[in-house]
Design a binder for this molecule. Structure first.
Ligand SMILES: [Zn+2]
Length: 67
């Protein structure tokens, strides 16, 4: 975890930080949504890799859920 994020997390209480982090993850996932051109061969337009891209995979791994 970067020092910037660690410092930021220490600024907020747990509830506030959790809500803000969830909003941040939503914003990242919105950017990394599949292009929607071909449902069987979809791509992330940011990473230019097959969906789920490494960014979405890293988030889903950390949250222990399938996105
Ligand atoms: Zn991506």
């Amino acid at each position: 975890m970067s020092k910037v994020i660690r410092d930021w997390l220490n600024t907020y209480d747990d509830v506030d930080a959790g809500e803000k982090m969830a909003n941040a993850i939503r914003a990242v996932l919105e950017l990394h949504k599949p292009a929607g051109v071909d449902p069987n061969d979809d791509w992330c337009v940011i990473d230019e890799e097959p969906y789920p891209c490494p960014t979405v995979s890293a988030i889903s791994d950390e949250l222990d859920c399938r996105i």
